[in-house]
Design a protein around this ligand. Structure first.
Ligand SMILES: Nc1ncnc2c1ncn2[C@@H]1O[C@H](COP(=O)(O)OP(=O)(O)OP(=O)(O)O)[C@@H](O)[C@H]1O
Ligand SMILES: [Mg+2]
Length: 251
């Protein structure tokens, strides 16, 4: 083990040990004022990283920055060692990134199956196999595949949104509050499916309002406050940290 102080003096990470995806020391916002301040989030291959923090902390902004929807004033985004900071979101999709935004993440007037087909718009190969995998992951979507997505329940809509993102066969799946507005049972169910996806080797970078439950399934957790990293550790360590518990997890 390299002592922490030595790591500080030698910030260059040796090749092969860099995170699979990292938004590294990101600073930027939507206009003149910065929202993110030197903010870092990262996820390893096949792991689950969770971003938590108060409303307005910049969690969604950090996700948008990693996905290329925000111009950074400084910092970088790297995927599998490649600097992708200047790539458009569409180019990032082509590189293996998928993003489910917090709102407006499905086409409500289209059927479930059409939503999945839309997710595969960049693909030129046969998408049937992937669609079957998604129906196996979320069987209710197979039953409702001819129904307008707007007619589904909140939890089912979130399954459509995740399924649509998976249609690109991503290496990284980014989810902004996938369990927003769903019951605790549906949340548990969705988290189980997300774990299943991660076990296939896909990295999950996820923002969650249900901080305690999300940190329980997180390999790595990031607590953001006012656009900056307040605490970073394993999910387990954050859950055990009295200060984090008291301030962010309701005791
Ligand atoms: N499109 C935008 N244009 C300008 N400012 C924005 C925009 N989106 C967000 N902001 C501002 O950026 C800050 C961070 O917002 P953000 O949505 O990233 O927070 P969040 O942590 O995701 O909050 P929540 O938990 O409510 O989803 C807020 O002050 C917000 O007002
Ligand atoms: Mg948000």
């Amino acid at each position: 083990m390299v002592p922490e102080a030595t790591q500080e003096q030698h910030p260059v990470t040796p090749a092969g040990t860099a995170p699979f995806l990292i938004g590294d020391r990101m600073t930027g916002g939507y206009g003149a004022a910065d929202i993110l301040h030197d903010c870092t989030v990262a996820v390893e291959k096949g792991e689950i990283a969770v971003i938590v923090g108060p409303n307005g902390a910049g969690k969604s902004t950090a996700m948008k920055a990693v996905f290329g929807m925000l111009n950074l004033r400084s910092g970088a985004v790297r995927l599998d060692g490649e600097d992708i900071t200047t790539l458009s979101p569409q180019d990032r999709v082509a590189k293996g990134m998928a993003f489910v935004p917090q709102t407006s993440n499905i086409f409500t007037s289209m059927t479930v199956e059409e939503n999945l087909e839309m997710g595969a718009f960049l693909r030129r190969d046969d998408i049937r196999g992937t669609m079957e995998q998604i129906y196996d992951l979320f069987p209710i979507l197979r039953d409702k595949r001819r129904q307008a997505a707007g007619e589904l329940s909140g939890g089912q809509r979130q399954q459509v949104a995740v399924g649509r993102a998976l249609m690109t066969q991503p290496k990284v799946l980014m989810l902004d509050e996938p369990t927003a507005g769903v019951s605790p049972i549906v949340m548990d169910e969705l988290f189980d499916r997300i774990i299943e996806v991660a076990r296939t080797g896909i990295s999950i970078l996820m923002v969650e309002q249900n901080a305690r439950q999300a940190l329980e399934i997180a390999d790595k957790g990031y607590v953001l406050v006012q656009g900056a990293n307040a605490y970073t550790n394993t999910g387990r360590a954050l859950l055990a940290d009295p200060e984090v518990r008291r301030t962010f997890l309701g005791g």
